[in-house]
Design a protein around this ligand. Structure first.
Ligand SMILES: [Zn+2]
Length: 334
């Protein structure tokens, strides 16, 4: 098996690859593994990165947290920016990217480490609704921390982080941060605006795919299938979306369960329905108990239904088809 195929087979949900979709969508994933170029993975480079980070409050906070947790910070060649692995207690950065990109990635990945120290992210005891809600929230929150970092660097007269961020698929987030900060001069309002902008990014469906794959794994692995823990949105935000004073920076967490935020595509809804149908039948657990009445489906015409409603529709259609078949058999049979 090629390294590429091996990688594709072993990408694991708990590794939170950053920017994986972005890189993949540009197509160089396969090429990345064939690329033999040597990148600077020296301890000097790591020190240089830390020096950039230490300039800002959020950078210092993040480095301190990593120290306390005893996590290791390493370079690892990979086609995406970096990852955090709770199992190995490692934050890995890909040396193929620029110092600015890696400083941003560092803030992002250690934010995941911090989230994971508060509550286990995307675990099999969560309902499918909570897996999606939690997955979206931790990504949006980690990305919003990047925008705080970019802004703090700009306040020091250094625009390089902001400019690097503006070149990524996440640019609308740093734009939203700056626009809100310009208006209100309120750090938390700006951070919330950045966080909410995540939900409209083209990378979001890629993350939903990962979480749905995770559900598939849970169902396949019969013993670990649980799906019982439905977490309250407000509680989740108050636990995870914290500023440097430990205050929740989200004014209205209810927004995170709105159709515009907590949604999947029609295709993803179908996969979820197929995946969970077996589980529902096997465990005799109604769809509501899995939170499927709270996960929205975004249709191509801009309207929303819920996964639960789609399941009901599919069931009615099935019944109707069966009735038509029976009627046809009845007519022609005797
Ligand atoms: Zn992430």
């Amino acid at each position: 098996m090629s390294r590429y195929e091996d990688f594709m087979k072993n990408v694991y949900i708990r590794r939170f690859p950053s920017g994986a979709e972005n890189q993949a969508s540009k197509g160089p994933l396969k090429k990345a593994f064939e690329d033999e170029q040597d990148y600077d993975q020296s301890p000097e480079r790591m020190e240089r990165l830390k020096k950039i980070l230490k300039k800002t409050e959020i950078g210092r906070e993040t480095l301190d947290f990593l120290d306390q947790k005893g996590s290791e910070l390493i370079f690892e060649k990979m086609p995406y920016y970096g990852y955090f692995s709770p199992e190995e207690n490692i934050v890995a950065l890909s040396p193929r990217f620029s110092d600015e990109d890696l400083a941003i990635t560092f803030i992002h990945e250690v934010r995941h480490a911090r989230q994971d120290s508060i509550m286990t992210n995307t675990s099999s005891d969560m309902t499918p609704e909570t897996i999606l809600k939690n997955g979206f929230l931790i990504e949006a929150d980690a990305c919003a921390a990047e925008c705080v970092f970019a802004h703090q660097m700009m306040e020091l007269g250094d625009n390089s982080i902001f400019e690097a961020h503006q070149k990524t698929a996440y640019a609308p987030m740093s734009t939203a941060f700056e626009e809100e900060f310009e208006k209100s001069h309120d750090w938390n309002k700006a951070r919330e605006a950045a966080m909410m902008a995540w939900y409209d990014l083209p990378v979001k469906p890629g993350y939903a795919d990962q979480y749905i794959d995770f559900m598939k794994e849970i169902v396949k692995n019969n013993d670990s299938a649980d799906f019982r823990n439905e977490m309250d949105t407000k509680k989740m935000a108050q636990m995870l979306c914290l500023d440097s004073n430990g205050e929740c920076y989200i004014q209205n967490p209810k927004k995170l369960e709105s159709p515009e935020k907590l949604n999947v595509s029609e295709k993803q809804a179908n996969t979820m329905m197929q995946t969970l149908k077996t589980f529902i039948r096997r465990q005799n657990r109604p769809a509501e108990r899995l939170g499927l009445d709270k996960v929205y489906v975004e249709h191509s015409d801009g309207t929303y239904t819920t996964v639960r409603e789609e399941m009901k529709k599919a069931k009615a259609k099935e019944k109707n088809n069966a009735a038509v078949r029976n009627a046809a058999n009845g007519k022609g049979g005797r």
